[in-house]
Ligand binder design. Structure first.
Ligand code: NAD
Length: 492
């Protein structure tokens, strides 16, 4: 990755985009579109279709035809694998172009986007491609004269609705296992981060996906997203996004065909530092990254830092020092560490929370910066001594705002860690193996990391507890979401 290439790529004109239906890109049936604004400079990038019910009907119909004709669903896993691996190779070859396209749309810093978006998507396509011809069924331990078979079969048409913070990574976490298992997929990207997913889908066609197997519809959640979720022809709905939308999707399922709904929702994750952490400086540097990368717009962000009170002064000093070193600005400049906040609306929301709830406790940042660039930038912000009942301690902000609180005992740390409605991720820093295990057992979060923060790979699932959801992307477990369990009981 070099700056000169990025500077050339960022100037590429992006033509008005189309929905992918039945192997072709086309405008919405009504001809309506949405302007795409870049958070880098607040200027118009291009436009995407504003899809509605009629577009959804057409896409789902075509996905169902493709599923029923067996051109993908009945293909040998070995052949589906070849397509997915070819696709992964195409994505890898174009990784920088894809990353730059995505950054122009959503503002994530390029250093992160290259790794966490395009290269991660390529890795995910390859992983599920490689996996699918190695998954076996079972023979049940029945009495003599009976054959009991346990198999998994594709569900049919999968609806996938994804957010804007990591469109390629999260999109691939859903479409790769769903397609590998033989399903057709109707994908809806976020209205503010559709471009890289449309290009990913185009590469899928080039790799040999039959028409109709992957459809991509752009538009607003309350229009195209709702229509997908309410459809009786969608067999499974896989969603990543906010809890508010997740609640609606469960209701839409109940109002339609009771489709299974998998929800990967928000978090307010505790990052807990004990005085016996093996390396306090590493813990402080990691806490800064865990909070501020992608401007804090990360579901597993370590947004509640809990520090043992005996080390709070020294730890806070290091935290402020390392945070001040972060360079915030144009996400396509390699030397910048942090890019733009994704939209003006989100930026205003972040600033309002600071005004309303916690005046006087902001010890670093708290402002809009780089206003002259026309984009949406905010300084990394640290709020100290946060009251555990306050909004900033309890609610996901999804912006670069870290809340710091102190604790005196393991018991108090556990109680503070569990004192929110979320349960997505947690970090524990300690040299004591038994304390690490005890904390990991007691903290109600799907993913607990010790002496590091988040940063797991594709081999482990990413489950949520409590109001962080019921779904789990990644690993071989994800294949279960997109398959039905089928048994056969045969008298011989
Ligand atoms: P969001 O819920 O506003 O939107 C997510 C997607 O849902 C978008 O595509 C949107 O258009 C669509 N949508 C909105 N309303 C809808 C409706 N009524 N019916 C159907 N679809 C609808 O969330 P967001 O702001 O895009 O993303 C941020 C949230 O996502 C945060 O809460 C974050 O924590 C969460 N997230 C979770 C994970 C995870 O793995 N757990 C990962 C990334 C982000």
């Amino acid at each position: 990755m070099d700056q000169k290439t990025i500077d050339t790529l960022r100037l590429k004109k992006i033509s008005p985009q189309g929905n992918l239906i039945d192997g072709k890109f086309s405008p919405s049936i009504s001809g309506e579109f949405i302007e795409v604004i870049s958070p880098i400079d607040g200027k118009k990038l291009t436009s995407i279709p504003r899809s509605r019910n009629e577009d959804v009907d057409q896409a789902i119909k075509s996905a169902k035809v493709a599923f029923d004709d067996g051109s993908w669903s009945l293909r040998a896993p070995l052949d589906r694998k070849k397509v997915l691996i070819k696709w992964a190779n195409l994505v890898e070859k174009e990784a920088l172009e894809l990353a730059v396209l995505g950054v122009r749309d959503n503002g994530t810093e390029i250093n992160m986007a290259l790794k966490a978006e395009s290269l991660s998507a390529a890795n995910t396509l390859r992983y599920y491609g490689e996996a699918i011809d190695k998954v076996y069924g079972e023979v049940a331990p029945t009495a003599d004269g009976i054959l009991g078979l346990i198999k998994r079969e594709p569900v049919g048409v999968v609806g996938a609705i994804v957010p804007w913070n990591f469109p390629l990574m999260i999109g691939a976490w859903k479409i790769a296992p769903a397609l590998a298992a033989g399903n057709s997929v109707v994908l809806k990207p976020a209205e503010t981060a559709s471009l890289s997913l449309l290009r990913l889908a185009q590469l899928g066609l080039e790799a040999g996906l039959p028409p109709g197997v992957l459809q991509v519809l752009t538009g607003y959640g309350a229009e195209v997203g709702e229509a997908i979720a309410l459809s009786n022809q969608i067999d499974v709905l896989s969603f990543t996004g906010s809890g508010a939308t997740g609640r609606k999707l469960m209701e839409y399922s109940a109002r339609s065909n009771l489709k299974r709904v998998y929800l990967e929702l928000g978090g307010k994750s505790p990052n807990i530092v004990f005085s016996d952490a093996p390396n306090l400086e590493l813990a402080a540097r990691t806490a800064v990254n865990a909070m501020f990368r992608n401007s804090g717009q990360v579901c597993v962000a370590g947004s509640r830092l809990l520090v043992e009170s005996s080390i709070s002064k020294i730890f806070l000093d290091m935290l402020c020092k390392f945070t001040k070193e972060l360079k915030v600005g144009d996400p396509l400049t390699i030397k910048n560490d942090i890019g733009a906040v994704h939209s003006e609306v989100q930026l205003k929301k972040n600033l309002n929370i600071l005004k309303n709830d916690i005046e006087g406790k902001v010890i670093l940042g708290g402002e809009r910066i780089n206003i002259g660039d026309g984009g949406f930038y905010m300084s990394p912000t640290i709020v100290n001594n946060v009251d555990t009942n306050s909004e900033i301690f309890q609610n996901e902000i999804f912006g670069p705002i870290l809340s710091v609180s102190t604790f005196k005992s393991d018991k108090e740390a556990i109680s503070m860690a569990n004192n929110t409605s979320y349960g997505l991720a947690a970090g524990v820093w300690t040299s004591s193996l038994s304390r690490a295990h005890r904390m990991a057992e007691k903290i109600k979060a799907g993913m607990v990391t010790v002496n590091t923060y988040a940063g797991t790979d594709l081999t482990v699932p990413m489950p949520g507890m409590k109001e962080s959801g019921n779904g789990s992307d990644k690993s071989l477990h994800a294949l279960n979401k997109y398959t039905n369990l089928k048994t056969q009981w045969i008298m011989l």
